[in-house]
Structure formats: structure tokens, C-alpha cells
Design a protein around this ligand. Structure first.
Ligand code: SAM
Length: 202
């Protein structure tokens, strides 16, 4: 059902969705493996779509607090129904400070992103990363994915540069060839800079 809702949104808003089919279980496993979620980690998922990554997070880490952002109201409704233990915000990630306040979250340890960064301008990519940085704990880890065929796109390189400016280590996983289209996980850890962690309440 959520796949049908996803496909409907792809037809209505292809640029917002940034994919033609939901991510596979293979990619979801790779994303959650690379996120290395620990027992007490606060997890935030950005752009959950059909819930492919949400399902993997909830099944493998049922006790971790999870805040999910999804801009599409219909997909967000479906996420609320399918994942009652998650806090779902039907809102753009850009509203993170207000949403975090509403849900009482002042620290984020793991970010799992399904956002279509490669379709966005440098300014938009930077604005979203800069909204996140103050909430990230010192050992925070952010995982996102890009399609293998989009690796040569300027905006993927831009995303890598923006991550390198804001995190101590940025790496890529091996390609997940079983995903359609094949994808790889982009991993950033150790937020840096004067604003990193500045919103965390002690
Ligand atoms: C590539 S799709 C989702 C991938 C997801 N892993 C899946 O398999 O369904 C990207 C999702 O990000 C959402 N999105 C796009 N811009 C957003 C924003 N600014 N804030 C929150 N969600 C956003 C879209 O509505 C879409 O559902």
C-alpha cells in the first residue's frame, strides 16, 4: 500500500520524491548497518517515503527513540499507521528546530537520510545540514545514499564537499548492486565546527 502511495507521489511531485521506486531491503540493510545504531542513540530519519528504512530501523532497534520527517502528507499518514512507536513529523526537514522542540529532542546521535540531495542546490543542501549540526552529538553519524549512476553529478560532489566541511570523516560504502537502481551509502561522522552540538542541553 505504501508503495502505491509512493508511486502516486512520484507522478505528482517527481522532484520532491527524487526516486521512481522505493528503496530495496538490501539498501535499507546497508543504510542501517552503516548507521551503527547503539542502544541509547536518538535516531532521526529524513525523508522516509514509503518507510523502507523506517521498517529496518524499527525492526532492528525497537527501543531507540526515532523521529521521522516526511514532507508528503499521505506518506506521513501511512508512516504513522505502520510505525506507531515512531514520532512522525509531516513537515520539511528545514523545520527541524521547531519539530525537535515539539517532540522534546535536543540531541541527535544517528541520522538516516532518504532525501534526494542530488536534485538540490548547494544552498538547500547546506541549509539542511546547518539545521542539523547544532543537534548532533560528538560521535554522531549521518548516512545517506546516492545512486551509482549519479556519482558523476556535480551535486553529489557538492554534497560530499559540504559534508567534509562539517564532519571529520566522510566515506562511501561498497555499491549495493541489488538495489534498483544500484546505490551506495555515503557516511559522515564526527560533526565539527563551532555550531556542532550547540543546541544540546546538558
Ligand atoms: C527518495 S524518497 C524516499 C526514500 C525512502 N528510503 C523510500 O524508500 O521510500 C525521498 C523522500 O523525501 C521526501 N522529502 C523531500 N524533500 C523533503 C523535505 N524537505 N523534508 C522532508 N521530506 C522530504 C519526499 O517526499 C520523499 O518521500
Amino acid at each position: 500500500m505504501s508503495t502505491l502511495l509512493f508511486l502516486r507521489d512520484v507522478v505528482r511531485s517527481p522532484i520532491q520524491m527524487g526516486a521512481v521506486v522505493p528503496s530495496s531491503r538490501h539498501l535499507a540493510r546497508a543504510m542501517v548497518d552503516e548507521a551503527r545504531i547503539g542502544p541509547d542513540d536518538v535516531v532521526v530519519e529524513l525523508g522516509a517515503g514509503s518507510g523502507a528504512f523506517t521498517k529496518e530501523i524499527v525492526e532492528r532497534h525497537p527501543s531507540n527513540p526515532l523521529l521521522v520527517f516526511e514532507l508528503s502528507a499521505t506518506l506521513a499518514e501511512s508512516l504513522v499507521a505502520n510505525f506507531p512507536s515512531a514520532k512522525v513529523a509531516a513537515a520539511p526537514v528545514e523545520e527541524l528546530p521547531a519539530i525537535a522542540r515539539r517532540f522534546g529532542i535536543s540531541r541527535i546521535d544517528r541520522v538516516v537520510s532518504g532525501l534526494p540531495w542530488a536534485l538540490w542546490s548547494e544552498e538547500r543542501q547546506a541549509a539542511i545540514l546547518d539545521a542539523l549540526i547544532p543537534y548532533l552529538s560528538p560521535d554522531a553519524r549521518l548516512v545517506t545514499f546516492h545512486y551509482v549512476h549519479s556519482r558523476a553529478l556535480g551535486r553529489v560532489a557538492t554534497m560530499r564537499r559540504l559534508l567534509l566541511e562539517r564532519f571529520s570523516h566522510v566515506t562511501n560504502s561498497d555499491a549495493v548492486w541489488a538495489n534498483v537502481p544500484p546505490a551506495y551509502v555515503h557516511i559522515a561522522e564526527g560533526p565539527k565546527g563551532p555550531r556542532a552540538g550547540s543546541a544540546i542541553e546538558s
